[in-house]
Design a binder for this molecule. Structure first.
Ligand code: GTP
Ligand code: MG
Length: 217
């Protein structure tokens, strides 16, 4: 047992892992891209969303979780995902890819419109069980991330931090970023007390994250 706040999620045991594997073995499909609250699909199943700065790896993570390359578009062009994109994972789960924030070149009007929609979505979606906030494992928590965490604190949705692109971090730099992330998370009452370290490229942490999602109620 570690006494650190916000420990890294442990490898799930075989049974837990199997639940996650099963859930994500089912088909995943793109449902729709949404630009306004009245476009949301009916809240008829459990839902998790993925938030994070542009280019942090949200779409890549959805592709890795579902094992479907190209399901959520992943690109080198930041700001590519502009809509709230809904994907089904089997009949009982929605995976939601949120537009990236903190894209320096986005016009103010676009940013404001997006923030309003995000606020409405996060506070008004009864079936949303957890928001995963993705943080680049090379960079740690930035002021824009803290803004989103603040928003989540007021929206009654638990959020869990996922560090992405772990394959790009040297072991010696990892602890530094983890410490910085823990310090940032400790300021947010809505933060789930566990961090997941992932690489969509190498597959690290993907089974763990699948299990976490499979055990949400
Ligand atoms: N090395 C490495 N590269 C990654 C990983 N995940 C994503 N990338 C790369 O990072 C870039 C951005 O990934 P996306 O998944 O498109 O990021 P996004 O958060 O969806 O970006 P927006 O939709 O613009 O907000 C792509 O070039 C990916 O190939 C990872 O785990 N490791
Ligand atoms: Mg994307």
């Amino acid at each position: 047992m570690t006494s650190l706040p916000f420990p890294l999620a442990e490898e799930p045991d075989d049974l837990t892992k199997e639940h996650g594997r099963k859930l994500f073995a089912g088909p995943s499909e793109f449902v729709k891209g949404v630009v306004a609250m009245n476009g949301l699909p009916a809240p008829d199943r459990l839902e998790v969303c993925f938030a994070g700065r542009s280019n942090v790896g949200k779409s890549s993570l959805i592709n890795a979780l579902t094992g479907t390359k190209g399901l959520a578009r992943a690109s080198n062009t930041p700001g590519r995902t502009q809509e709230i994109n809904f994907f089904t994972q089997g009949p009982e789960l929605y995976l939601v890819d949120l537009p990236g924030y903190g894209y320096a070149n986005a016009p103010l009007k676009v940013v404001e419109k997006w923030q309003k929609l995000l606020k409405q979505y996060l506070s008004g979606r009864q079936t949303l069980r957890r928001a995963f906030v993705l943080i680049d494992a090379r960079h740690g928590v930035k002021p824009v991330d803290a803004e989103i965490m603040k928003l989540l604190d007021t929206s009654a949705v638990t959020f869990q931090c996922v560090l992405t692109k772990s394959d790009k971090v040297k072991a010696k730099d990892r602890e530094k970023v983890l410490d910085q992330t823990r310090a940032a998370l400790s300021k947010h009452p809505a933060a789930f007390p566990e961090i997941v370290l992932t690489s969509s490229e190498k597959g690290d942490g993907i089974a763990t994250l699948r299990s976490i999602i499979a055990h949400l109620e």
